[in-house]
Design a protein around this ligand. Structure first.
Ligand code: ADP
Length: 332
């Protein structure tokens, strides 16, 4: 598909270059041809002035022959020039066409990969549900208890599908045209985010502590709350029960700094460069098997951070814990 698009674009660019080159050559030929006719007439006029007016056909023939020769040589030169333009213009047009198409090609490739990954993730719970339902339908003496077990397991898969589709939707819609910007007090933002994760924290008996200074930032309050909630949620998910997760917010230079620290499993150095990629999950047996997720949380966090001209940094030591730090533009 891209080869034919590149060929079409190349011929388009080349057609423009050749139209300009041929147009200029025709104009140049006419102007130069007139100029040549006038300069060929000059010696004849001089001859007439010196020797008196004469009807000598010799000098006229000589003049016409010289003019014809000059015009032919001009035509050949212009033709050679246009052939050179065609050859060089072809190369330049191809390079320009490839350059124009490169970002589109890259975006399409990313889109394709994303769709492939998303369908793969959607297929896994669907396949599990289908297998269970098929086995149940084939069993002639399905007891009520067995049916309830299957329904319960299917409900779990449906919940996973729901959270996956919500994640995908958030990723797709974050950063649309409605990216409202407001002054947001960090204290309020942190409080709302903490309230969102109270339930999973309580389930693991994790203590949530916060130390938040009075700082204001500008941005979309809902997205910013979501950003902090994603970091808190991960800190809880990847921490052992009864540990502590702390959140700290302060102003530093012209920035507001929000950091979330946990004392959990940490992230291996090899995984650190990839954790913000969509669908990436570090391959530690504990996190992949026991912790539910699709590797979308940090991709959403990164998108929100970029939209707010902010940065996100991670410091982590395996088996000791991690600190995710956000640096957001502050309001004075
Ligand atoms: P997930 O749904 O898997 O949590 P995320 O995009 O939020 O997806 O995170 C990507 C991966 O980064 C996780 O699978 C996990 O391996 C790692 N990770 C993120 N936060 C932490 C953390 N606080 N502690 C340890 N590992 C983490």
């Amino acid at each position: 598909m891209f080869h034919s698009a590149a060929a079409k674009l190349t011929s388009g660019y080349l057609a423009i270059i050749m139209a300009l080159s041929i147009g200029c050559s025709v104009a140049l030929y006419h102007v130069s041809s007139n100029e040549l006719a006038q300069s060929a007439q000059r010696p004849v006029d001089l001859y007439n002035v010196v020797f008196g007016p004469s009807n000598s056909t010799d000098i006229n023939n000589l003049r016409l022959r010289q003019l014809e020769k000059d015009r032919n040589s001009l035509k050949v030169n212009l033709l050679l020039f246009n052939i050179a333009v065609l050859a060089i213009g072809g190369g330049v047009s191809y390079i320009l066409a490839r350059r124009t198409l490169a970002p589109i090609e890259e975006a399409l490739e990313m889109q394709k990969r994303f769709t492939g990954d998303a369908s793969h993730e959607l297929r896994t719970p669907l396949t599990a549900m289908r297998a269970e339902i098929e086995v149940a339908l084939r069993s002639p003496e399905l007891t009520k208890n067995e049916a309830l077990k299957i329904l319960k397991s299917n409900l779990e898969e449906v919940s996973k599908l729901k959270s996956l589709s919500e994640g995908l939707l958030t990723l797709a819609t974050t950063g649309g045209n409605d990216n409202a910007k407001e002054k947001v007090p960090v204290r309020q933002l942190v409080e709302t985010a903490i309230n969102q994760v109270r339930k999973p924290a309580a389930a693991k008996k994790i203590k949530l502590s916060s130390r938040v200074n009075d700082v204001q930032i500008v941005g979309n309050p809902q997205q910013l709350t979501n950003l902090v909630a994603i970091l808190l949620d991960n800190a809880i998910k990847y921490s052992p029960p009864s540990s502590e997760v702390s959140i700290e917010a302060k102003s530093k230079d012209n920035r507001a700094q929000i950091s979330v620290t946990d004392h959990g499993q940490g992230i291996a150095a090899a995984d650190l460069p990839h954790i913000f990629d969509r669908f990436y999950r570090a391959d530690t047996s504990r996190s992949k098997k026991n912790v539910q997720g699709y590797g979308l949380g940090l991709a959403i966090a990164k998108k929100i951070t970029d939209l707010h001209h902010a940065s996100i940094e991670v410091k982590s030591s395996p088996a000791k814990g991690s600190t995710f730090t956000l640096n957001l533009p502050r309001v004075n």
